[in-house]
Design a protein around this ligand. Structure first.
Ligand code: ADP
Ligand code: ZN
Length: 788
């Protein structure tokens, strides 16, 4: 049991005897999709929604922690009914949190998420509070001491020298009540006395001793990276946009603005000004950024402008995270910056929620609750009568569509880069010619290589992007066509030069092994040494495709003088990334090569060349958003070039030069792309016109899975028939990745013309689903960001 909990209100045995006048409803994290009623012993009362309690659960009365979600009744009602039979309600054993972890508004948000994303309420609530907070990470209890009231007379009569010293010390420190109490340990050390004297004083009731929980104070924002904080003069478009935000904020009503502004059009500057206004109105703000952007200069830009700022991202230690969260809850922060889950920051009255890069798929959580933080942000804004700004240079089709068609939504455009910076010049390199050279496959085409040489000669910098980790994407035998597959998943293994940290246990494949090289599964993390020869026919193995490690190798070989750094999720954790970026911004690195981590929110004035090694990587994915992702990737990366007066150049290498997404991106023609893509989406009843939901069933036993999937389809069909719903159902069919971690995967895809129709379908299904659940694992994904 940790210290935080010893501080809570305990009653265990005696509670079972005591009188109960209230009943609460409790949602459990581990429980099924339902809630349970409990009696509250009078000595534990009051309890409010948002506090956690510990209760006996199940037949064995195992103690479980759950959230109180509602007070449901009063009076000595010891009975409940279940399936028509009466039974006795059990009693709450203890209250875990002195204060509710979630306030009424967040509880309401939780219920909405639970309904909309078809996820048990207990699971939603658990996800809304960081684990570090629930565990009380970084919290210690401390004894404190102060002088009791009305004891002057007793003090005058004190005889012990040490006792007098202690009293004088406390008088000097003005420790006259529990708020001004001083830490006992420090006092003892400073006066060089023992606990006995304190004990004597306490017996005479001269001093009082209290227990306090103290949060360690820890810096959350790494100092460093130089940023310009001077106030710029807004250009005309920015001024118009700001006037719009200010007017919206002034109303104190719910509204959403899509801020569609090209990279470097000054969006972030506008968020900052809008926050200023919200703070003036006495309210607070949340800024959501993709995880990776949080490790960059953006956070510094905000912290340079606002004092009471809290930051929440995965680079923090558990203790730091708890400190930040407590700070927010205690009203010591009025601006919260964070990744996805910061949308749940316990600010009492957010007046503005900003979602930067709203199109980012990483806002969607891929485990239950499968919520999209952008959409939750909109909902939260609605519940708290706040304004919500969605910012992007390449807005999602959903956001664009809503901004044109929905009430409360508006669209603001920033079509120009600040200070009339020129857009970088885009150049297409057709890889169908000249990919294979005399030396074998080369990832850097001749035109790109030549330009890179010039850039380096001028002392400028380059970013090269290859959207794939590892060295090559598969290892294969040219003579018998054998490829190395993951034994757990239906995917080929990726060749890595070094083993992955934290990946699965190493297994060896038969035969001799290369003295370097590991085949790694990017889905389950399993890795094996790569055999020297094909295990089937004995021929030499070849590596096909390419990854960021291979790019790094080729760069080192062809540009031996250049200082090169590779950035991908294998090579670095958040902190290292931060250091590399600092070195790069201070020009100690010439070429940054890496995966899409690089495409986000960086600002480096000396970068004049961006190379996209393979613009097609997303296009090969069998997913309806492949075009959208490709367009986004190219334009986002291109935005990294020429962020200053120096003109930038972007090389886009591709095997599919005629592909529309690539063509439009090259011409920087977002509107053209949107038109083309919307046509296709409308024709196929896809988002943003229709809504989508995916059901993924998985099990190790394929026959069982198939039967369960068929049964699921039948259930869906029954509901559709009964409720006369207009939806399209496809499947069950094997998912694109048909096996992950030895689980076979089947998919059912549902398309509905409206969100309400989808909701009706799932509300009806929900009760049945719960009964089906034990058979196979079912994941429900509402508004999926991909269908893999
Ligand atoms: P975005 O978020 O749209 O990429 P930023 O707000 O980050 O754009 O602006 C890019 C850079 O231009 C930042 O360094 C910012 O301080 C600066 N900037 C923003 N607005 C102006 C302006 N009106 N005049 C000059 N510089 C500006
Ligand atoms: Zn695997």
């Amino acid at each position: 049991m940790n210290k935080y909990q010893t501080n809570s209100l305990f009653v265990t045995e005696d509670v079972q005897q005591s009188k109960c006048s209230h009943i609460i409803r409790v949602a459990f994290e581990s429980g099924a999709d339902t809630q349970f009623d409990y009696l509250v012993p009078d000595e534990l009362w009051p309890i409010v929604a948002g506090q956690r309690v510990e209760t006996p659960f199940g037949r064995k009365n195992k103690l479980e922690k759950g959230f109180c979600v509602e007070v449901v009744g009063q009076g000595q009602e010891h009975k409940g009914t279940k399936k028509g039979r009466e039974f006795k309600l059990k009693k709450v054993c203890r209250i875990i949190d002195k204060e509710p972890l979630l306030d009424a508004a967040l509880m309401e948000l939780a219920k909405w998420i639970s309904g909309y994303y078809v996820c048990p309420l207990g699971q939603v609530l658990a996800a809304m509070v960081p684990g570090a907070v629930k565990k009380g990470a970084g919290v210690k209890t401390e004894k404190q001491i102060y002088i009791a009231r009305g004891v002057e007379e007793v003090i005058g009569k004190l005889r012990g020298e040490k006792q007098k010293q202690i009293v004088e010390y406390l008088q000097r420190k003005k420790a006259f009540n529990s708020d001004s109490a001083v830490e006992l340990q420090g006092l003892l050390a400073e006066l060089n006395c023992t606990r006995t004297s304190v004990k004597r004083l306490a017996e005479k009731q001269v001093v009082k001793i209290t227990q306090k929980t103290i949060l360690k104070s820890l810096p959350a924002i790494p100092a460093g990276m130089a940023i310009r904080t001077d106030r710029v003069v807004l250009n005309q478009e920015q001024q118009k946009a700001l006037a719009h935000f200010n007017a919206e904020i002034e109303t104190g009503l719910f509204g959403v603005t899509l801020l569609y502004g090209v990279t470097d059009s000054g969006k972030t500057e506008l968020y900052i000004r809008a926050i200023d206004r919200v703070l003036q109105k006495g309210r607070s703000a949340i800024v959501l950024l993709p995880e990776i952007a949080l490790t960059t200069q953006t956070v510094q830009r905000f912290s340079a402008r606002f004092e009471k700022i809290a930051v929440m991202h995965s680079g923090l230690t558990a203790a730091q995270r708890n400190v930040q969260w407590q700070k927010i809850r205690n009203d010591e922060a009025d601006v919260v910056i964070g990744a996805r889950s910061a949308v749940f920051a316990p600010l009492p009255s957010p007046g503005l929620i900003v979602v930067d890069e709203e199109h980012e798929p990483s806002y969607k959580q891929d485990t239950a609750p499968r919520y999209n933080a952008r959409d939750v942000a909109i909902k939260r804004a609605q519940l708290s009568k706040a304004h919500c700004i969605l910012g992007s240079a390449t807005p999602s089709l959903e956001a664009l569509f809503n901004s044109r068609s929905k009430k409360h939504f508006s669209l603001v455009r920033l079509p120009k880069r600040v200070m009339d910076l020129a857009f970088p010049e885009m150049r297409l390199v057709d890889l169908r010619y000249g990919f294979h050279t005399k030396e074998g496959i080369s990832l850097i085409s001749q035109p790109l290589a030549e330009h890179l040489k010039e850039v380096l000669a001028k002392g400028e910098q380059a970013i090269l992007l290859l959207n794939r980790r590892g060295y090559s994407n598969f290892v294969f035998c040219p003579s018998c066509r054998y490829t190395l597959h993951c034994r757990n998943c239906d995917v080929t293994l990726t060749f890595h030069k070094s083993p992955l940290k934290g990946a699965g246990r190493m297994r060896t494949v038969t035969g001799k092994h290369m003295d370097y090289g590991f085949a790694v599964c990017h889905y389950c993390g399993a890795q094996t040494l790569v055999p020297q020869a094909c295990p089937l026919c004995g021929a030499g193995l070849a590596m096909i495709g390419f990854g960021s490690q291979r790019l790094e190798g080729e760069l080192a070989r062809r540009f031996p003088q250049a200082r090169i750094s590779r950035v991908d999720s294998d090579s670095m954790a958040g902190r290292d990334y931060y250091h590399v970026l600092r070195d790069f911004s201070e020009c100690r690195i010439d070429i940054l090569a890496g995966t899409q981590m690089l495409a986000k929110g960086l600002h480096f004035p000396n970068v004049t060349l961006v190379g996209i090694i393979s613009a097609d990587t997303c296009l090969y994915l069998p997913d309806f958003r492949a075009n959208e992702r490709t367009f986004q990737l190219i334009s986002q990366v291109a935005g990294r070039a020429g962020r200053s007066v120096k003109k930038g150049m972007v090389f886009v290498q591709t095997f599919l030069p005629d592909q529309p997404a690539i063509q439009f991106a090259l011409k920087n023609d977002f509107d053209g792309f949107i038109q083309e893509e919307l046509k296709h989406r409308r024709a196929c009843n896809l988002p943003p016109f229709w809504r989508l939901a995916g059901l993924i069933m998985r099990d190790r036993n394929f026959d069982k899975l198939q039967a369960a999937s068929d049964a699921m389809r039948e259930k869906v069909d029954n509901v559709i028939r009964r409720d006369n719903l207009k939806v399209t159902v496809r499947g069950p069919m094997p998912a694109v990745i048909s096996r992950i971690q030895r689980f076979h995967r089947m998919q059912i895809i549902i398309q509905a013309p409206q969100a309400e129709t989808m909701q009706r379908l799932f509300t009806s299904l929900r009760a049945d689903l719960w009964r089906l659940r034990p058979a196979v694992k079912v994941a429900i994904d509402i508004d999926p960001v991909n269908l893999l």
